[in-house]
Design a protein around this ligand. Structure first.
Ligand code: AMP
Length: 404
């Protein structure tokens, strides 16, 4: 595979797969984080004297139109991105309204060094998600070098994220800077971790996180389990959890995980106490209780003070930290303290030299909410992709580029 940072793009056309799946409301982008994330890669190619063809998906046009016939392809257009992108880049952005049409081919061919062409939504074609070879080949003809900078879709074997790489020689396919950073951070945790290595796993459902916990049993020294998923473990061990979240069909599996951890010498830390509430609401009455002695009709919505102190100690002694999932319903002020304290502890451990990676939807939202994103080593942009990586799966978007 080629190396983006040392590749000279002078007079070359870089075909860059980006993740511009940004939230758009009434034609306006409401959060441009994903576009900003790709800027370093785009700017490096332009600074070298290359030109750029950008391709991305947006939403799920074909699936949504099938369900809601009042929608049309135009509702999923990338056109609203042209002006904001041009503003961020300080240069004009051309557009082709079909990613594999003769118009797209001609505009790509005519690109001069320093020029940028944005292609219409790849998912207008069902061939994209199907990983269709012919479609991938047509896309590949648009550029001289293939750059994948879309970590968020790296777990998909789609035409533009994986299959397309087969149409470029080894030195003409590479990760962009964003993707390179993501892969490096994930590898640091998965393969080069310094011990103690603590994984903090939270969120609503244990069923979503089983595979990641199982895989981490071979790597981590400590696993902290918080959030709604912890109560399935307490119930499995015979505790009273009131009306806390629980997956009754996962009780045996929870016991099995605890047993496996014991056999492998991995310490699993559960929150001994909880902040409990009499309803799932921001204005609920609250109290605290042992997590295995929650009164009937009350529910655990955050970890308690003892759990915070215990988890903080483990985190601050760690040299490698992976954090996925909040410790409680942090969206509501009354139940944000546990998640906030854990975010602060991860920041503190990072300050003391630990490598910390925060990833997967809600934990990223949490570090942002508490303004700690720049106090951890790396905040991943890839929710599902990061989870699958830590479940031990091979990500097609990474494999397609790194394989010989
Ligand atoms: P996940 O997407 O599985 O990481 O779950 C994140 C969601 O879990 C967030 O929206 C939290 O509000 C929710 N959550 C965390 N702890 C609890 C809890 N104790 N009870 C109910 N929901 C929770």
């Amino acid at each position: 595979m080629g190396t983006f940072s040392t590749h000279n793009f002078k007079d070359q056309k870089a075909l860059i797969r980006v993740d511009f799946n940004v939230p758009i409301k009434n034609g306006e982008i409401t959060d441009d984080t994903r576009i900003r994330g790709a800027l370093p890669t785009i700017k490096k190619v332009l600074a070298d004297g290359g030109s750029i063809i950008l391709m991305s998906h947006w939403g799920r046009p074909l699936k949504d139109i099938e369900k809601k016939p009042n929608l049309t392809l135009a509702d999923f257009s990338l056109k609203p991105l042209i002006a904001p992108l041009a503003k961020l880049l300080g240069t004009d952005v051309q557009f082709s309204d079909d990613c594999i049409s003769a118009d797209a081919a001609q505009k790509a061919k005519d690109l001069k060094p320093g020029q940028v062409l944005l292609l219409e939504n790849l998912r207008y074609y069902k061939q994209e998600e199907k990983g269709d070879k012919e479609f991938a080949e047509k896309l590949s003809k648009l550029g001289d070098v293939y750059v994948n900078d879309a970590f968020g879709t790296a777990h998909r074997a789609h035409a533009s994220t994986a299959i397309i790489a087969d149409f470029f020689p080894g030195d003409k396919k590479m990760f962009g800077l964003l993707m390179e950073g993501e892969v490096k951070a994930a590898e640091e945790v998965m393969h080069n971790n310094k011990r103690p290595f603590t994984a903090i796993i939270g969120g609503a459902k244990v069923s979503d996180k089983i595979l990641i916990i199982e895989n981490l049993l071979d790597r981590a020294t400590d696993i902290i389990i918080g959030g709604g998923m912890a109560y399935t473990f307490f119930k499995a061990e015979g505790g009273q959890i009131g009306s806390s979240l629980c997956e009754d069909d996962r009780l045996d599996m929870a016991l099995e995980l605890l047993k496996k951890a014991d056999e492998k010498g991995v310490c699993i830390h559960l929150p001994t106490d909880s902040i409990i509430a009499d309803k799932f609401a921001a204005d609920a009455n609250t109290s605290s209780a042992a997590s295995s002695e929650i009164p009937a009709s009350w529910m655990g919505l955050d970890i308690g003070q003892m759990a915070i102190a215990h988890f903080k100690k483990i985190i601050c002694e760690s040299k490698t930290i992976l954090w996925n999932g909040p410790m409680g319903v942090f969206e509501m002020d009354k139940f944000q303290h546990g998640t906030k304290a854990i975010a602060e502890a991860v920041a503190e451990a990072t300050k003391r030299g630990a490598f910390s990676l925060v990833g997967g939807g809600d934990s990223v939202a949490a570090v942002n909410k508490f303004h700690l994103a720049d106090k951890v080593s790396y905040v991943s942009t890839g929710g599902g992709a990061l989870l699958e990586y830590f479940e031990g799966k091979e990500l097609p978007g990474i494999a397609a580029i790194s394989k010989k």
